[in-house]
Each structure stands twice: as C-alpha cells, then as structure tokens.
Ligand binder design. Structure first.
Ligand SMILES: Cc1ncc(COP(=O)(O)O)c(C=O)c1O
Length: 424
C-alpha cells in the first residue's frame, strides 16, 4: 500500500501585492516588544532582528583583517565588498565610490579639511541654515582655517522652504562648495536639490548633500540629485552606526586626504582610516536587504535587480509614512492649540511641534509616561532652530518610521489631546 501524497497546501496568504503589511514588518523588530511608540526615529531607528543577526554572525565567524589568503581574510573582504554593493544599490551609485566611516559628521569633517587644502584667498563656501550642524560647522571651520569666506543661504521661517533663489543669491564665481541638506531633520523640508545642483555647477562649485535624514524616508538617486558628494548614516534606516560617503570614483581619485604611510592609496580605501568595522558593514548589507524585501512585497510583479527592489521598498515606505503623516497632521489641526513648524510643500514625515502654553520638556515627559517617545530639542539643527525663532532649544519632534503604525499615531494623539485639556 502506498501512502497517498499529502494534498498540496495553499501557500500562506501574505499581503496582497502593493500593500504595506506594517504588522508583519513590526514583528521583525525585537525592540518593539518593549511596547513604546517610537517617534524618535530621526535620531536613530529601531533595528530588525535580521540586521542584528547579521552583525552577530560576522562577529562569531572566524575573523581576520580583510585579505586574499585565508578563509577568514576572504570573509572580511567579501563583507566589505558586499556592503559597498548594497549601499551602492541603496543610493544608485558606483560601489567603488562608497566610503565608510564612523559617522556622517566624521566623514564631512575629513572631506572639508581635504577640500580646504585646495582653497585660496577669495574663495567662498556656501552653507544653509536649514542644515544639521554636521553639514555646516565642518565647512565653517575649514573655511576659517583656510581664510576663505562663508556665505549663508537662508530658508523662509514662515514656510520652512529653502528656495533655490536663496541659494543662488549667495553663490558666486568663487564658490568652491555648496553644502545643502536633502531633507531637514528638524522640520522635514526637502529642498529642490537638482535645481541647487545646477546653480552650483554653473559656477564650477561642488555640491555636497547631507542625505542622512532624506535617505531614511524617500527613494534616493544620487546622480539624479546632482550631488557630487552624498552622505548618509545607515543607523537612521534600520542599520548599524556607521557613516557613508558616496562620490564618483574618478572624483575621489582627485582628492588626497591625510593617511598613514603604509595604508593603501586606492579609492575608496584612501578615505577609510584604520580597520573597517566588518560586523557593522555586514549589518549595512542586511539593512539594505530589509528595504529590498519591502520592495518585493510592494511590487506587482517580480523585480530583477536589488536596486529596483530597494527603490520599490523605499517608495512603499514613503507612501506608508505619508499616509500616517496626513492623518497625524489633520488630527493635530483639529485638536487646535498646537503649533507645527513643518510646513514645506515637500517634506518628510518629521513634524516639529509645540503644545501652546505647555513647556516642551513637559510634553516630552507626559508623552513618555504613556510610552510615547517624542524627544524635544534642536537635534543639532541649531541654525535652523534659531532661524525659526526657537533659540537653541527647538521644540518637540515627532518622526514617523517604516515601523510606525496607526496605533502609535493614536497613542500620540491621545497624549497630545490630554496635554491640551489639562495644560500639562
Ligand atoms: C540631517 C542629519 N545630518 C547629519 C547627521 C549626523 O549624522 P552622524 O550621527 O552619522 O554624524 C544627522 C544626525 O542626526 C542628521 O539628522
């Protein structure tokens, strides 16, 4: 007697193509078990278990400095090449131009010092008041050391917009660098970077774009932005704490950062001081794979390259976050008595707000008592905070993330409503 073959079981019903299954996605984040509603993502996101496991796997496998002889050396080499390829797919750039560093801040300081060695009397650099200080101070300090002038592009405080004209007004024939953000980490504004790139390139200036906040929220295409150098930080997009700088390899060849004598002069390694954090690079690859996986779920049909999958994943993240942002902002307007400074036409789901009459620290504390994490501050966008009339203190920042769900937003709104009715 033969045993009948078991009837084929239907595949478990997954989300319908084109949907964003936030519940399934949240289940992948061990940290969310703690129960807090996290609106603190712009400071650093929560991390999926897949990413943490990739870091642990890289640390528990036999390890060595990257090389070409032993299995351990080859493993370390492959981790580096794998991360460059993944980050290249995230940003739409050549992996040979992907530099990894400790943080975006460190990479920008190094870049500014390196570029400043070629500046001369009469040269100028342009920075914007919308930016995080990490894309301002390195340029200001390098300019001071080189004896060149700094010109400031102002955004309009009432709208939060950084107009291209405001940048063009301070760009001149001697501008060497225009440093601008792709999105404000304080109020979410997304300036028209391609238009700013045209202004910079018309006078032969380099465009350095801070993509730290933007990369976590919208699909990124560095060549389409016109950025000569683009920086981001994987820990804002569900990855580990490293910084990334991307540029065309041919451009990087023209730069000569300070380096140790025995370390390689090859690009991009020339810019990477000391031994790379292999385990964190493994985590970067895993984070990009998480985004690509979201693309698979969102797509109507099969996607072939990881770049296509990442773009689809980020488009799904953007749509999900935009829907929640619209819900949040409408409800906040309906509540009344809450001021928001996030007003630009194009913006990320990052809302800077204040409950009228209630000190920001009380708002943050009361929300925390309800398990709602929404910090207050200027978040190092110090110039922007001052320009908005908020001094050095900023306000309360509510940042949505790919794992934010309607329940989180409801809890936040209940907390804000309670603060409105009790006055703190
Ligand atoms: C917009 C923006 N730029 C730069 C940075 C600095 O990034 P890192 O911590 O990698 O130096 C941050 C960090 O909050 C940021 O939000």
């Amino acid at each position: 007697m033969t045993t009948p073959a078991p009837a084929a079981r239907p595949a478990p019903a997954g989300p319908a193509p084109g949907t964003y299954d936030v519940a399934a996605f949240r289940a992948r984040f061990p940290a969310l078990v703690e129960g807090a509603a996290h609106f603190d993502g712009p400071g650093g996101s929560q991390v999926p278990g897949d990413v943490a496991r990739a870091v642990a796997d890289a640390m528990t496998a036999a390890t060595a400095n990257a090389g070409t002889v032993t299995r351990a050396e080859l493993r370390a080499r492959d981790v580096v090449l794998g991360a460059r390829a993944a980050l290249g797919d995230l940003l739409g750039v050549d992996p040979r131009g992907v530099v990894v560093g400790r943080s975006m801040t460190q990479l920008t300081f190094d870049l500014a010092r390196t570029l400043a060695a070629g500046w001369g009397l009469g040269d100028e650099v342009v920075v914007s008041r919308l930016d995080h200080d990490a894309n301002i101070r390195p340029w200001v300090l390098a300019a001071e050391a080189a004896g060149v002038s700094v010109r400031w592009a102002d955004f309009e405080p009432s709208t939060g917009e950084l107009d291209v004209d405001a940048v063009a007004a301070v760009v001149g024939p001697r501008t060497r660098v225009v440093a601008v953000t792709a999105a404000s980490n304080l109020i979410g504004t997304r300036p028209d970077v391609p238009a700013i790139a045209r202004v910079a390139h018309e006078v032969g200036a380099l465009l350095v774009v801070d993509g730290v906040h933007s990369t976590a929220h919208v699909p990124t295409d560095v060549p389409a932005l016109g950025a000569d150098v683009y920086l981001c930080s994987p820990y804002k997009l569900m990855g580990p704490h490293v910084g990334v700088m991307a540029a065309a390899p041919a451009f990087l060849e023209t730069l000569h950062p300070a380096k140790l004598l025995p370390s390689t002069d090859a690009v991009p390694e020339r810019f990477e001081l000391g031994t790379l954090p292999y385990e964190l690079l493994a985590g970067c690859t895993a984070a990009v794979e998480v985004l690509a996986g979201l693309g698979d779920e969102a797509a109507d049909g099969p996607l072939t390259t990881r770049r296509e999958r990442v773009l689809a994943g980020m488009a799904a993240v953007e749509a999900h976050e935009d829907r929640l942002r619209a819900r949040l902002e409408t409800a906040v307007t309906d509540l009344g008595g809450i001021t928001s400074w996030s007003r630009a036409r194009r913006r990320t789901p990052t809302v800077l707000l204040r409950v009228d009459g209630v000190p920001d620290e009380v708002v943050t504390r009361r929300l925390a008592e309800r398990g709602v994490n929404a910090p207050r501050g200027s978040f190092y966008a110090l110039e922007a905070s001052r320009h908005l009339g908020l001094g050095d203190g900023g306000a309360v920042r509510v940042g949505l993330a790919p794992y934010t769900d309607d329940d989180d937003v409801t809890r936040l709104l209940e907390g804000l409503a309670a603060l409105r009715s009790t006055g703190g």
